[in-house]
Design a protein around this ligand. Structure first.
Ligand code: SAM
Length: 318
């Protein structure tokens, strides 16, 4: 996912659309404990003289009802490791710890947040591990211990590559509870014959069960983005939905949706000049378009193209 954010309308925020509250202990949902009080996030940010860096997709959550709702959506948190990408000043991190996470491991690329995160680690001894780095370069599946749950308000500019890498890791993760731009969430969840259905829908639904949890309006963030966001939960499947070679499936989907309006007998020619014959062999009308096919049909096509490739003489075209 790349590109600018633009307004997409839907502002549903559910029952938890509460007044912003300024302190982690002010919302009343958390029982006082032995944890020493941390100052309100806005104060922390002001004290450290920080401002949001848009290039790093920084839109922060200060609303305790909202961070609490995300943490509760990811529950249970009391076993294994919760991995958070891009904690920033730590609003969601604090909610995860506050909602009983046994261990939280955060990966933050912007070093300006390290002192703030260190203060949170000190307030929750032994429960917060901070990784100073780029989440795209970290093998997240090897962090902490199972059950691993990823929870994140993702930096929008790297959200899709991160998700695809995590999905490839299969059941290394028990769940992924993630905030995306709504337009991306719509594509993750989309069904055939809808405008949002495409490569991302197939790659995601093939490997995970995916569920929309709730939308979050721009005003919930500081600074507010231009678009609505959506929290989605993905549960990786023990096995992909139907057998297929991942690379070939991606290739077929890319060809089918790269020329979305074209009939498959035409668009799939870039996979093989024998595309029409293969479509007939798997029982798909050569005049169909990519958006009409189910994930199962894409997998059948990928298998057929793959076996054709495996059986061809080295000099013959696929
Ligand atoms: N979790 C915080 C919250 O909800 O208020 C901040 C979320 S903000 C949308 C995204 C965060 O991801 C920022 O703190 C940003 O610096 C961080 N970030 C951006 N790209 C990153 C990357 N490649 N690896 C790790 N963190 C990254």
């Amino acid at each position: 996912m790349t590109g600018s954010r633009h307004d997409v309308g839907d502002d549903e925020f559910g029952d938890d659309d509460a007044e912003e509250v300024s302190g982690i202990f002010s919302a009343g949902h958390r029982a006082p404990s032995a944890v020493p009080p941390l100052p309100p996030l806005r104060d922390v940010i002001a004290r450290h003289g920080l401002s949001a860096n848009r290039a790093l997709g920084q839109n922060f959550l200060f609303d305790l009802n909202l961070t609490g709702r995300i943490a509760r959506s990811a529950a249970p948190l009391d076993a294994g490791s919760v991995i958070e990408i891009g904690p920033g000043p730590g609003g969601l991190t604090r909610a995860l710890l506050d909602h009983g996470a046994r261990e939280v491991i955060v990966i933050e690329r912007d070093r300006r947040f390290q002192p703030i995160l260190a203060e949170i680690a000190a307030a929750y001894p032994g429960r917060l591990q901070i990784i100073d780095g780029d989440a795209l370069k970290v093998d997240v599946a090897k962090l902490g211990s199972a059950p691993r749950r990823i929870v994140a308000n993702l930096p929008y500019n790297v959200a899709t590559p991160l998700l695809l890498a995590w999905l490839e890791a299969g059941t290394a993760f028990t769940s992924l509870t993630l905030m995306f731009q709504k337009e991306v969430a719509d594509r993750l969840i989309a069904k055939p014959r809808t405008k949002d259905y495409g490569r991302l829908s197939i790659a995601t639904q093939w490997r995970a069960e995916v569920k929309r949890l709730f939308d979050v309006p721009p005003r919930a963030f500081t600074p507010p983005p231009k678009v609505t966001s959506t929290v989605v939960q993905l549960i990786p499947r023990a096995e992909p939905l139907f057998p297929a070679d991942a690379e070939m499936l991606e290739k077929v989907a890319a060809a089918a949706f790269g020329q979305r309006r074209k009939m498959l007998r035409q668009s799939l020619r870039q996979v093989s000049p024998r595309a029409e014959e293969i479509l007939v062999a798997v029982g798909i009308a050569p005049t169909a378009r990519g958006e009409e096919l189910s994930v199962e049909q894409f997998c059948a096509l990928a298998r057929e193209f793959k076996s054709l490739r495996a059986s061809r003489p080295t000099t013959a075209p696929l």
